[in-house]
Design a protein around this ligand. Structure first.
Ligand code: ME8
Length: 530
């Protein structure tokens, strides 16, 4: 019988299709993609899910403004988003839309189950609602309040700066408070549940210890949503609808639960820090109430910001991934995002930093190493990579040691999705290999026939180092690794990261006669004008 593979299920948030997606959303998706590709290269059975969160007032209003029906509007936006991910070579296995029929049906059943169990009750809601955030706030949570002459609060702004409106309506509520102790205990017994770990304390201090409030889970003020089956004036408010996507896509509450049985619980829900609360408080409580296991980890990453703060249309500082990819290539975008963003913290995007990483890291360090190696193997070895014999010189031993260290550090960091650190360790090997050329001076060895063995060994070491680099880059970059293997005349078809050894360089690889630069340098002055 075939051995059963380990499964790895990773998700991104499902994005609101209320506007074009920018490089912030792209960061999340590319990071999840790198993790998915990494686990596939470990020979795991990976399911990588992304999608769109299509219900709610914001979408309803947007469609109205454009004079189309909400469904027409989201159909177009979802198609554009799917196309964007295809263009960026995102390797998602599934794409869920909350307007998908199986999802809507399952959400109704989930809601009914909560109702039947007494987790959801009907009550009266009064609160401040921000359409843009799709979130309710109590008066004390507002960043700013407006008062009339008598001092009565008549409006205000959410912490995000968006306007809020007072909403009073009949609503169903989820009784969160009864699960607070269970949740605290779960955190205690699962210290790695939230990453980075510091976010767990934030949740406890800011939301659980002050007392969990019951959550309004339906609305009557708009129609564009999944109706409550037993009370269709109410539509199920976005968070029950949205969070459930992670299980409905797998067939939960449907006739065929094969996928659910196979992939649930998820290994990673990757989300931005602003929705960590929903994923680490409400979602676990919902899952527990459904009698389901919880995901292994919720990873809350930081924001990609601009020099003048968070990206926003009104500031005019939004950067789109397709603009960058069309001009600089997909790999440049992926490299930048996964290298520049520190795990869990915010990172600032600047065009200068983008271009400098492209020029220094990719074109100079990596591109030149490949070019020099291919040119020298042509010049000194007739284009054929010599057999690798390690341990001839101290330089060789040091290079091999660096490669071994890189492989170990890289794997540890990729497991925890610290891509910036994983990439830093690859670049240590690249720098070490460039230095190795300067130390071994092949051009001098070539003048001395008695050094032919040493020269051949240097060439083989460089090819072996590049093979390691290209292998490790496979989850991060979608194009350059193939080009590196191609230029070295090596096959990339069976390089499993788990088995990677510097010494396993195949013999007889024939490099291309003339290697083209894999990352052309960008002319900085011309870019400033652009
Ligand atoms: O919140 N930097 O959707 P959304 C980094 N539909 N990541 C960013 C970012 C930035 N500047 N801006 C956005 C929603 N993101 C809900 C989710 S999930 C069940 C429902 C990323 O379209 C980040 O992952 O507002 C953030 O959490 C997500 O986009 C928000 O996307």
């Amino acid at each position: 019988m075939a051995e059963e593979k380990n499964t790895f299920y990773i998700t991104t948030p499902i994005y609101y299709p209320s506007g074009k997606l920018h490089i912030g959303n792209t960061y999340t998706t590319v990071l999840a993609d790198a993790a998915a590709r990494y686990h596939r290269l470990l020979n795991e059975d990976v399911y990588f899910l992304t999608g769109t969160d299509e219900h709610g007032l914001k979408i309803e209003q947007k469609a109205e403004k454009l004079n189309v029906s909400p469904k027409e509007y989201v159909d177009q936006m979802a198609a554009d988003i799917k196309q964007l991910w295809a263009d960026l070579e995102i390797s998602n296995d599934g794409f869920i839309r909350t307007t998908d029929d199986y999802h809507e049906k399952a959400v109704q059943k989930i809601f009914q189950k909560f109702l039947d169990q007494g987790d959801i009750y009907k009550g009266q809601y009064e609160g401040w609602y921000s359409v843009d955030d799709e979130e309710y706030f109590t008066e004390s949570q507002l960043a700013e309040v407006y008062r009339d002459d008598d001092g009565v609060v008549i409006g205000g702004k959410a912490p995000s700066g968006h306007e809020v409106e007072l909403v009073q309506e009949e609503s169903y509520f989820f009784n969160m408070s009864k699960y607070a102790d269970w949740l605290l205990n779960y955190y205690k017994t699962h210290p790695n549940f939230i990453q980075p770990a510091s976010r767990m304390n934030e949740m406890i201090k800011n939301f659980i210890e002050p007392g969990l409030e019951d959550l309004a889970v339906t609305r009557t003020a708009f129609n564009w949503g999944v109706p409550v089956a037993s009370d269709p004036d109410h539509v199920i408010y976005v968070w029950i609808d949205a969070l459930s996507n992670y299980i409905t896509k797998l067939g939960y509450m449907s006739e065929d639960t094969t996928m659910f049985d196979k992939y649930w619980p998820a290994n990673v829900h990757l989300v931005g820090k602003e929705i960590v609360r929903f994923h680490t408080i409400y979602w676990p409580i919902m899952l527990h109430a459904l009698g389901l296991e919880l995901p292994e980890t919720i990873v809350g990453h930081g924001w990609l910001t601009m020099r003048d703060g968070k990206m926003s249309k009104s500031k005019g500082n939004v950067v789109y991934p397709d603009t960058l990819a069309n001009r600089y290539g997909i790999d440049a975008v992926r490299y930048y995002l996964l290298r520049a963003m520190p795990f869990g913290n915010d990172g600032i995007f600047t065009p200068e930093d983008f271009v400098s990483k492209l020029n220094y890291d990719l074109a100079n360090d990596l591109g030149n190493l490949l070019n020099r190696t291919v040119a020298m193997i042509n010049k000194y070895e007739g284009g054929v990579i010599p057999e690798l014999k390690t341990g001839l010189t101290d330089f060789d031993r040091e290079l091999v040691q660096t490669a071994q260290d890189t492989i170990a550090t890289y794997n540890a960091n990729m497991q925890s999705m610290h891509t910036a650190d994983a990439l830093a360790s690859i670049w240590q090997l690249i720098s070490r290999a460039n230095k190795y050329i300067d130390e071994t001076t092949p051009w001098t060895l070539a003048k001395d026939d008695s050094k032919a063995d040493v020269l051949a060994s240097v060439m083989a070491h460089l090819a072996a180092a590049l093979r390691v680099v290209a292998t490790l880059l496979q989850p991060i970059l979608t194009q350059a690794p193939h080009k590196i293997f191609e230029q070295l005349g090596l096959s990339d078809s069976n390089v499993q990261i788990a088995d990677l050894q510097f010494e396993d360089l195949p013999t007889g690889g024939k490099v291309v006669a003339k290697g083209q630069p894999i990352f052309p340098r960008v002319d900085v002055d011309a870019e400033v004008a652009y």
